[in-house]
Design a protein around this ligand. Structure first.
Ligand code: ZN
Length: 246
């Protein structure tokens, strides 16, 4: 019978922590002094729990620079007290002005929503995505393969969640009081480490209310990257051994 892991089994993680703290202090002697005083993140990241998509790494930011909420498939349920508390604290206390909803290609949560298995608790969590997929199955079925369907759903899910975040009373209240607050939708490529912008950035009630519905959005092409950034992405992906750019 396999032995249950004991506390000592994780000593290597504690050792890594000590080495990390020593390295940080050596590189920046006042780093932890500053960290202990207060956090002043400029960004709130709403992302997937996927272990490959960690906000600080992807954005190349230090501890203290990004406030984070993650769940399976970066879903913004309007009744999720966890998300709402994080969002409220970020906007009203930390005065974060940039809310980034970030999905990723190859998302296991999205893949499950597109499948037939409904045997786990996560299926309740993913229900809005399943319903959307079922409603528009003909559009997805017209795509050439499963990968294309998954990619499209990953992108559409981000835009759906951007709309949901922008519909929360927290964001509405901020915009009503003319607070500067931007909501972005991005998607991350686990195969190249690059972020891609999706859809419009929202900064007011008027912008939000002028959006087409997510159902109509499905039938529109995803907005292209702006020129310079697209050139940089093209140059980088050309280096990736001719593999998939995602
Ligand atoms: Zn995911």
């Amino acid at each position: 019978m396999a032995q249950a892991p004991g506390p000592a089994k994780l000593d290597h993680l504690l050792d890594r922590n000590v080495a990390w703290a020593q390295r940080r202090t050596r590189d920046d002697p006042t780093f932890f002094v500053r960290m202990s005083e207060q956090q002043t993140p400029k960004y709130l990241w709403i992302g997937c729990s996927d272990s490959r998509v960690t906000a600080n790494d992807v954005l190349d930011l230090d501890p203290g620079e990004v406030f984070v909420h993650r769940n399976i498939a970066n879903v913004a349920h309007s009744s999720d007290m966890n998300l709402l508390a994080v969002l409220e604290y970020a906007v009203n206390v930390l005065r974060v002005q940039h809310v980034i909803v970030c999905g990723h290609y190859g998302c296991g949560g999205i893949e499950r929503a597109l499948g037939d298995d409904r045997s786990a608790l996560v299926d309740f969590w993913l229900q809005p995505l399943m319903m959307f997929y079922r409603k528009h199955k003909a559009v997805f079925d017209a795509l050439p393969d499963r990968r294309s369907r998954l990619d499209l759903m990953c992108e559409i899910n981000v835009e759906m969640q951007v709309r949901r975040v922008a519909a929360t009373p927290i964001v509405e209240n901020a915009w009503l009081h003319k607070m500067p607050l931007y909501v972005y939708g991005w998607v991350y490529g686990t195969a190249d480490g690059l972020l891609r912008k999706l859809g419009p950035t929202l900064s007011s009630l008027a912008e939000r209310d002028s959006l087409v519905s997510i159902d109509d959005r499905l039938l529109m092409p995803v907005e292209p990257q702006s020129g310079v950034r697209q050139q940089a992405i093209d140059a980088f992906t050309a280096l990736l051994d001719g593999k998939s750019s995602r």
